[in-house]
Structures are given as C-alpha cells and as structure tokens.
Write a protein that binds this ligand. Structure first.
Ligand SMILES: [Zn+2]
Length: 390
C-alpha cells in the first residue's frame, strides 16, 4: 500500500481516515475523527510551531468547517468582526459530506515572512477525487489561511485582513470602501452605492448594517486571492451578508454593485439561516439587477424567452431541475414586484422570512404574499412579464 507522511510519521490513508484523535484547544479536549490530509513535497510538520499548527488545522477541517459556527480554532477577534469568518468556506466545504469526494493535500506550512515566526501561512490543495482510473484530476481550490498567536496560543486567521492591510480606504455614507492600490477610486460610483443602501434600507424598513464594508479588487483572480483562494473558479463579485461585506472583482462594476449590496440589506429580513435561494436571489435581482443588467432589462430578456417557449410555466421554473440563473433570478424578481404591489413591506418580509425551500413551500409562501392561488399566480406572473414597462 502506498504510504503517506501525515505528520505523525508515515501512516496509510486507511489508518488516518479512521483515526480518532484528541487534542487540547483553549484548555478544552476536542475529539474528532480526522480527515486524511496528505503532505506535499518538503512540507515539514514534525516539530515546534509547525507541529502545533498542523494539529490545529487538521482539527478545524475535521470539525464541520461547513457549519461556520463560532469555534475555538479561529481567531476570536476575527469571529467578532465576521460571523462568517472563513471566507473560503463557501467554495470548498459544501454540505456535511464535502470531504467524501475530496483529496486534501497540505502544500505549504511556513512563516508568512521568511525568518518571522509570528505568522504562518497554511496552503491547502483540494482536488475532487477522480471517478475512475485515467479520469482528469479536478482541482477545486488552492486555499490560503494563516496561523497567528492570540492570547498565548495559535489560532487560524483569514487572508483578507492581511492581504488588504495596506490598501487605501474611503468612507462614503454608511460604507467603508477598501480598494486595490492599482484601482482608481470612483467617488461617483461609491456615492451611488451609498445612496442605494440608504434608500433601500428605508424602503423596506430596516436599519443600515453597521460596519458595511465594500472591497474593490482589480480582477476576479485578485478577488479570489484576497479571499484566500490562490486558485479557484474566480467570482466576479460576492456578498457575505452575515458579515456586511461586499466584494467586487470586475473593473466595470467597481464601487457600484447593487445586487450584492441588496443581499446584505435584505439579510436582516431572513431567518437565522438564509431563506430559499429562489427568494434570496429574487429580492436582490428585483432591486439590484444581475450580471450588470438592471431589472427592466432582465424582464425584457425574460419576455423574449417566454415568447420562444410558450409552455414554460412558473411551476417548471420553481422546480429544482429548471433552476438556471438567467431565467430563475428574473422570474423570482418579478414575483417580488408583484408581492410588493399587493402587500408592500409586509409581503416582502413574508417572502424573505420563508424557510421551506421545497416547491410546495415556495408556492405556499407566494400564494400568501401575492394573494393568488397557484394556477392564477402562474397566469398573473406571465402577464406581468409580457406587459411590464409597457
Ligand atoms: Zn445573488
């Protein structure tokens, strides 16, 4: 059997996969079944801080990192500032069985600045396990997190505060903009975003989030990098509503990114966990557009689709197998428009407060918020798409 060095000497995959391991974190005993982590070439985890940091990292990865709950592995200071502290999580740990088809390799564990032993960088490669011999290797992400000292112990910390520490800042209305030194700050766009946040918050009756932060990166790759993803499918932009954090990675968007800002503002109308994606995306698209297009433009595009496909109904759009961004986001946005017309703020709260993401659940919520039974809803929705703005 191929043997891999996993830090406590040479152990096989099988042995490591089932290893139940106990360590002390912040004075408390933590027991977990460890995920197998292979070590990249030349990575030393055997002595001193490296040994301790590797143990901490492995314990974190083995203890449901997808759940993003407060935990003892991560810096307290960062958790206070960002409830969703691991910004890379949504790209790597999806669901409780995220590791089942993933091979994890630690490719670097070293001082972040050579010779300085206060901050370490931990780089980890996640690869989707090939289905069959000869199948292509599918790298999922090359992730960067840090280990820092906090109250006398090592804790994990994110890339964003470190990689943007020297970036310029500007406070415009309720938003703190942090932008790349290579980016020319566009005050007009920033002011437009600030006005959007104020007026949307007023319109739906919520307070503007405290410490609303907007990071402007010069490219999708750079946006991924400062998030802690040295390699990943690079997003054009991203909102972390629980953190009141919006990130933009497309120069043409820059400081004006209403869709992602809307996610942050609407978050307070949702429950502890975000509601059904159909409603969450519908709300943001209704007030903030999507993919650089505003709501009226998107409705015109949807109208063209409905003309081409007369049999397309709301039922098939809500059904999971028909979930596509271009159609479903706008379809849901139109329903928000109808709900707002019917029941104002109360109806918007009903949609965003929904918790049942099943097809039946989504329709039950829509019937309540718009005041129409399902068959009539379908007809009214199509009519609205075909006539909006005319
Ligand atoms: Zn969205």
């Amino acid at each position: 059997m191929r043997r891999l060095n996993v830090g406590f000497g040479a152990l096989s995959w099988l042995v490591v996969a089932g290893l139940v391991w106990t360590m002390k974190v912040a004075g408390q005993e933590v027991t977990s079944t460890l995920l197998p982590i292979a070590l990249g070439f030349g990575v030393d985890t055997t002595t001193g801080p490296r040994h301790e940091i590797f143990g901490l990292w492995r314990a974190y990865l083995s203890d449901r990192p997808d759940s993003a709950r407060a935990n003892r592995y991560w810096s307290n200071a960062e958790q206070r500032r960002w409830p969703r502290y691991d910004l890379t999580g949504g790209y790597i740990y999806q669901g409780s069985d995220w590791a089942a088809d993933t091979r994890i390799t630690l490719v670097e564990l070293a001082p972040a600045v050579p010779g300085d032993s206060d901050v370490y960088v931990i780089r980890t490669l996640y690869v989707r396990a090939p289905d069959s011999v000869g199948a292509a290797i599918q790298p999922r992400a090359l992730q960067r997190v840090y280990a820092v000292r906090e109250r006398g112990r090592w804790v994990l910390a994110g890339a964003l505060p470190r990689l943007t520490a020297s970036w310029p800042r500007a406070i415009i209305g309720p938003i703190t903009f942090i932008y790349s030194p290579s980016h020319r700050f566009d005050r007009r766009k920033a002011e437009r975003s600030a006005r959007f946040v104020d007026s949307l918050s007023r319109a739906i009756g919520v307070t503007v989030p405290r410490r609303l932060t907007f990071v402007v990166a010069p490219s999708p790759d750079e946006l991924a990098r400062i998030t802690g993803l040295d390699f990943c499918l690079s997003p054009l932009g991203r909102a972390y509503p629980d953190d009141a954090l919006v990130m933009s990675g497309l120069p043409s968007y820059g400081e004006w990114y209403p869709h992602e800002l809307a996610h942050v503002i609407f978050r307070s109308l949702e429950g502890k966990l975000p509601g059904p994606p159909f409603f969450v995306e519908g709300a943001a698209t209704w007030v903030g557009g999507s993919r650089g297009r505003d709501y009226p433009t998107l409705v015109r595009e949807l109208r063209a689709v409905l003309r081409e496909r007369p049999t397309l109904t709301l039922d098939s759009i809500v059904a999971p197998h028909e979930w596509t961004d271009s159609i479903s986001y706008t379809s849901a946005a139109v329903l928000f428009d109808m709900a707002h017309e019917h029941g104002g703020q109360r109806a918007i709260r009903q949609l965003l407060g929904a918790t049942d993401a099943s097809v039946t659940g989504v329709f039950a919520t829509l019937e309540q918020a718009i005041g129409l039974p399902r068959p009539e809803l379908n007809v009214a929705w199509r009519h609205r798409v075909m006539t909006a703005g005319e």
